[in-house]
Design a protein around this ligand. Structure first.
Ligand SMILES: [Mn+2]
Length: 365
């Protein structure tokens, strides 16, 4: 099993245990989750955990609104309308919007399950930020939310049948390194052959099914959650209704992988590739290329419905790409950037693209 040596603050985890164990049948539980594989996988594990603990499933589920990353006014009004007494968020920095978090706290107890950057150290007797930064010595980007959710759930109920879902989240987030012995045991348990590239395995393909569906049409993702909720094993996901979206997206990815090699602009350790796709494939594409070129800073720029979406990777973490993107969009109107040291994203208006690229190249000087 997983070594416990990475836990630096076991007392902190007891607070999380108590939060989960104290949820009652009468509580109204709202789950807010990201719509990427780690968000879906962690959300499924948390929802299953709540169901097993109190004998009734969660009451409300709100997928994250990608256009307004984080807690939104719409979420607040829904939580108010629903009279939620428990709010659990998965795979985004809910504390990034502190006023909204404080507003929810007036009405509900909040558990933030997440491994993204810590924006506000806000822990109260009604709000727990269950983030690796507070209790583990592991680099947060490699302690993905699905694994956080699994580890928390495993301390308070039996979720051993959900291990493959947690492993899928780890693969999707390139968060396998610290958990290798455990991941190998999961593969063995489900007779899944190990491959050099995790994404080529059946469990990796489950994660890819979510990301493909998300980039095909984000509106379909809520159904992805249901598919994971009812799946008993990895094959159930691959043989389900979402396989067809994966095939469409795979073709699009192959096209741009080739074009990246031909048309990517290279200078020193940076490769910038500008593309146009009707699908939001930039982040999957940059994950694939980041794995292929771990010592390069990969920047994928997608022109999508008159906006620019950027995804960046730096496998060896030698240069923090979250800071790189934050720095390069400074002062742009309607822009955002954020993420992890090895993986980050940004969005801004098309008119700012040339300035953005100029600033990117300038960081090499
Ligand atoms: Mn994640």
């Amino acid at each position: 099993m997983t070594s416990k040596n990475h836990i630096t603050n076991p007392k902190f985890l007891e607070k999380v245990d108590n939060f989960l164990k104290n949820i009652t049948k009468e509580d109204k539980v709202t789950l807010i989750h990201d719509t990427d594989p780690d968000g879906i996988c962690s959300g499924t594990i948390i929802a299953k955990c709540v169901e097993r603990l109190r004998g009734r499933t969660i009451d409300f589920r709100i997928p994250l609104d990608k256009a307004n990353y984080g807690l939104t006014p719409n979420m607040l009004s829904e939580i108010k309308k629903n009279k939620s007494t428990i709010v659990i968020t998965c795979d985004f920095s809910a504390e990034g919007n502190l006023p909204a978090l404080k507003e929810i706290e007036k009405q509900a107890k909040v558990l933030v399950v997440d491994h993204h950057k810590l924006y506000n150290d806000y822990q109260t007797d009604r709000v727990i930020l269950y983030k690796p930064q507070f209790f583990a010595s592991i680099e947060p980007s490699t302690y993905c939310t699905a694994k956080l959710a699994y580890d928390a759930a495993a301390r308070v109920c039996d979720v051993s049948d959900l291990d493959w879902i947690a492993a899928a989240g780890c693969i999707a987030d390139i968060a396998t390194d610290p958990w290798m012995p455990w991941i190998e045991s999961v593969f063995k348990k489900y007779n899944v052959p190990m491959k050099e590239n995790f994404f080529d395995t059946i469990i990796g393909q489950c994660a890819a099914t979510i990301s493909s569906t998300e980039v095909y049409d984000v509106k379909l993702v809520p159904q992805c959650f249901e598919a994971f909720y009812s799946a008993k094993k990895p094959e159930d996901i691959l043989n389900g209704q979402f396989g067809k979206y994966k095939k469409i997206i795979d073709v699009e990815l192959e096209t741009h992988k080739k074009l990246f090699e031909e048309k990517g602009e290279k200078k020193e350790d940076m490769i910038i590739y500008e593309m146009k796709s009707p699908y939001r494939i930039h982040s999957i594409l940059s994950t694939i290329l980041g794995l292929k070129y771990p010592h390069k800073t990969i920047v994928i720029i997608n022109h999508i419905s008159n906006k620019i979406a950027v995804s960046s990777r730096r496998g060896d973490k030698k240069k923090p790409v979250n800071e790189l993107l934050e720095q390069c969009i400074k002062g742009f109107p309607n822009a955002n950037a954020g993420g992890h040291v090895p993986a980050a994203g940004a969005g801004f208006e098309e008119k700012d693209l040339s300035e953005f690229k100029k600033r990117l190249w300038k960081t090499l000087e």
